[in-house]
Design a protein around this ligand. Structure first.
Ligand code: FAD
Ligand code: NAI
Length: 473
């Protein structure tokens, strides 16, 4: 046994403590399993809590208030003068939010009597995991089942080195020591637009270069067009159907070569900081997958069956490392499902109802099918739309950008998709998700009494609009 004295044996070993892994471990412990979690970083919580959802939302929140204080307070009769930015304090506010969250996971592990092992986990045989800490000797633990929840990593651009100082990924962009004068964002996806918004609000001039001829691919096209116009009004410059071919970092200012996606004349864009946000790739390095007979799919993901089982006996996988949207709540629901399946219960994830939120101002939120997807599948549908310009609360708050769009089956009226752009869209989408989970018709939403004056009344009105009977339009 390589000089080790004993092997600890578990019902379940989870590799990775992100939203997928930690939630899976807690649910398994609730169900009576003896559980171990292996995490290679110093803190628990994975990408989401340490360098993803939580720090980005803290900065989005703080920078939004900064912008409101500078531009909206005055007209509400609040005289505070021009706000001054204390960036180190704002970054500290963000770090405190992270700290509270990662400590929360450590507390939950203790509360649920989950053993934790710090180091890189490698599966040496089905049921056997070696844990290699940064210093010292490796240990081996055994488990009846192993769940791989190792998440994802930043996708890189060929020939462009991310130094996390001037050419940054989302991780560097969450901790820039000063506001760049010019920020070049590569990729008009969720990260580019959320973190681009943060730094624009704090004073940067932001240009976003996107390969496709539209922003946020995957989001309903009508919503994406209006979202783009709104961001442009806020000052973001978009260069669509373009790519960054190279970045010259030799001088004091970065010089990026930007060319049309289809090829053509190159222009040079200067920036102090470039944020590369072109997607994320599954993290499987060093796990020993080859040795246990797991081959990756063509996008580097671990293939699993409907019970999250891989091709290796007793080895399961969840979260960003498998197919599906790379979202924390998707990873969490998969974590719960696999724990329940292992306990002999009917764990299940409804992939038709996974909400998606972009936390800009206004927010963009959607669940279910887009119009483009329904057309491609030849599904007949009705559309109900309602703008926030006609919603009493939005008018009172003077936050009228955006609309609610409901897509309902033409034959049955069942809600197939809901798409919202608006100041609180991220909270409003929960109502739509519940409606879809329960198989509601647009009529059900329309007949549900909504409190007045609230923004969700726009959801009710959009549902009424499916049959062209919205009241306030
Ligand atoms: P991860 O959270 O990536 O966790 C994997 C863990 O496994 C990590 O801690 C890693 O250190 C560990 N690990 C990897 N390999 C090993 C190994 N061999 N041994 C031991 N440990 C290992 N999603 C949302 O839903 N909402 C948001 O608002 C949101 N904002 C985001 C903002 C940013 C800037 C980024 C980058 C992502 C954001 N996401 C958001 C996506 C979200 O973070 C991921 O979908 C989520 O973290 C995936 O969870 P996971 O458990 O699969 O993996
Ligand atoms: P993304 O997949 O959302 O967007 C990447 C964008 O970059 C796409 O529009 C793509 O067309 C473009 N692109 C790709 N290659 C390019 C190139 N060479 N030049 C120019 N543009 C290029 O990826 P992003 O923003 O990096 O986020 C990664 C993941 O993290 C997302 O899949 C998302 O699920 C998750 N995330 C979720 C958040 C949320 O839920 N609010 C917030 C942040 C991240």
């Amino acid at each position: 046994m390589d000089g080790q004295e004993f092997v600890v044996s578990y019902d379940l070993i989870v590799i990775g403590s992100g939203p997928g892994g930690y939630v899976c471990a807690i649910r398994a412990a609730q169900l009576g399993m003896k559980v171990a979690v292996i995490e290679k970083e110093k803190t628990f919580g994975g990408t989401c809590l340490n360098i993803g959802c939580i720090p980005s939302k803290a900065l989005l929140h703080a920078s939004e208030l900064f912008e409101e204080a500078g531009h909206a307070f005055d007209k509400m009769g609040i005289k505070v003068g021009a706000p001054a930015l204390d960036l180190p304090a704002m970054l500290k506010f963000k770090d405190e939010g992270v700290d509270g969250n990662v400590k929360g996971v450590a507390f939950l592990f203790r509360k649920n009597k989950i053993d934790t092992h710090t180091g890189i986990g490698r599966i040496t045989a089905p049921g056997v995991v070696e844990v290699k800490p940064a210093h010292g000797a490796a240990t081996t633990i055994e488990g009846k089942a192993i769940v791989i929840a190792t998440g994802s990593d930043v996708a890189r651009l060929k020939g462009i080195t991310i130094d996390e100082k001037r050419i940054v990924s989302s991780t560097g962009a969450l901790s820039l020591p000063k506001v760049p004068q010019h920020l070049l964002v590569v990729g008009a996806g969720v990260i580019g637009l959320e973190l681009g918004s943060v730094w624009r609000r704090l004073g940067a001039k932001v240009m976003v270069v996107e390969f496709l001829d539209r922003i946020v691919p995957g989001i309903d096209a009508e919503l994406a067009r209006q979202f783009q116009r709104t961001l442009e009004k806020q000052g973001v410059i978009f260069k669509l159907a373009s790519k960054v071919a190279a970045i010259d970092a030799k001088g004091a200012v970065l010089k990026a070569s930007v060319e049309p996606a289809a090829g053509g004349e190159t222009t040079t864009v200067e920036a102090d900081v470039a944020l590369v946000a072109i997607g994320r790739v599954p993290h499987t390095e060093g796990l020993g997958l080859d040795e246990i007979g797991i081959s990756l799919d063509n996008r580097g993901r671990i293939p699993v069956d409907q019970h999250f089982a891989t091709t290796a006996p007793g080895v399961y996988a969840i979260g960003d490392v498998i197919a599906g949207p790379m979202l924390a709540h998707k990873a969490q629901d998969e974590g719960i499902a696999v724990a329940e399946i292992l306990a002999g219960k009917a764990g299940h994830v409804n992939y038709d109802v996974i909400p998606n939120v972009i936390y800009t101002m206004p927010e963009v939120a959607s669940v279910g099918k887009t119009e483009e997807e329904l057309k491609a599948a030849s599904v007949a549908y009705n559309v109900g739309k309602f703008p926030f310009t006609a919603n009493g609360r939005a008018k009172a708050n003077q936050q009228t950008d955006g609309f609610v769009k409901i897509l309902a089956d033409a034959a049955t009226d069942r809600v197939l998709g809901v798409h919202i752009m608006g100041s609180d869209a991220g909270n409003m989408i929960a109502e739509a998700a519940i409606a879809m989970e329960l198989g509601a018709a647009a009529e059900d939403l329309a007949r549900t009494c909504h409190a007045h004056p609230t923004l969700p009344e726009a959801v009710k009105e959009a549902a009424l609009a499916v049959e062209k009977r919205a009241i306030h339009m």
